[in-house]
Design a protein around this ligand. Sequence first.
Ligand code: PLP
Length: 430
Amino acid sequence: MKFYSLNHKAPIVSFQEAVVNGIAPDRGLYFPDSIKPLSADFFQNIENYSNNEIAYELIKQFVGNEIPVRELKEIIKDTLSFDFPLIEIENDVFSLELFHGPTMAFKDVGARFMARCLSYFNKNKTNELTVLVATSGDTGGAVASGFLGVKGVQVVILYPSGKVSEVQEKQLTTLGQSIKALEVTGTFDDCQDMVKTAFLDKEITDIIQLTSANSINVARWLPQMFYFAFAFKQLKNRSKEIIFSIPSGNFGNICAGMMAQQLGLPIAHFIAATNVNRVVPNYMETGNYIPLKSKQTISNAMDVGNPSNFIRIQNIFDNDFEKIKEALSSYSFTDDETRDTILSIYKNSDYITDPHGAVGYLGLKLYLKDHADKQGIFFETAHPVKFLDVIEPVIKKKIKFPPQILQVMDKEKVALSIDNYEQLKKFLLK
Ligand SMILES: *Cc1c(COP(=O)(O)O)cnc(C)c1O
């Protein structure tokens, strides 16, 4: 499959090149040249397929013949080595738990798939590749875990000091080996800016081959289609149309769902639920896309002021605002609303959501109020234990540490503090 840049000023590339480059030389995001729907039969009979088979069907056209079938199936099997349970919380309201992977957030799927693709492409190469990534919380841990032990790949993670949770910090600073953590005095936006500057800095890129592991990378973005289909497969009664509510920050996850819809997965509508970082809800009201400075919230993985993947969404719907409005609604919620919701879901359904999942639930409920003929799935994008300091005071109960988390909490944090770009550059070039 060929990929082109959404800025239209860069050469068309193969899947491999798109994965290795991360972003196109004209700074555009890569997008597949064509999207061929799967047969309607496949989706109607989806319960006859295993998760691995479903994933293979969804991804194969995008990889093309660049990874042999047997190897691609191995990569998928390795990536999806955990469960994706769908839990009924209330009538017509389901939670898709995406936190059963090694770092307990949905990003495990994309990070693991991407790491294994890069490892495949890199296996006969002698030069090292450096994955440089900024994280607002969960990306760092997922990328660190996904790439640990991958031959020929160094990982450098930038995170904003004091703005990620304790568990998140442990996950990205304790693995060692080829994983290096840089603790940045500043915000996520500052980390992101430094990464972007490094990608444009010829003194660095002449010497080091850099790639990104944010959801702009097609190998991290596209596998996120898988679990939309896993959710559909688990719904026993599909007589009511299905909507998905996705807690959104960089809009990679929801945009992957729209790709699954393009492939034929029957999704009636999408809800992008955000915290007070409401660039997209504003856009849906006015038709104007105006980036804002990001604000810090209790759902920190969504503190994004200029969602990178929104341009892909616009592209899927031919840059037609009316078409986007038909497919997507977007609502914004405050931290107080989020806390109240965590408590009410806990009281009414004996179910603990993390702050991101709670925002997704709020979006879903708001939409269902006027659309009682639909049933809805919200994504529980991270395990509540990752946000202990928010959840425990709200529900007034201790959350038990799962084994994946216990494993990292005792390990010692190793991170280098930096506060400007020159320090990052020195670090990369040393
Ligand atoms: C990254 C993340 C999000 C936002 O996902 P996007 O693909 O950036 O929209 C939501 N919830 C959690 C827990 C995350 O880690």
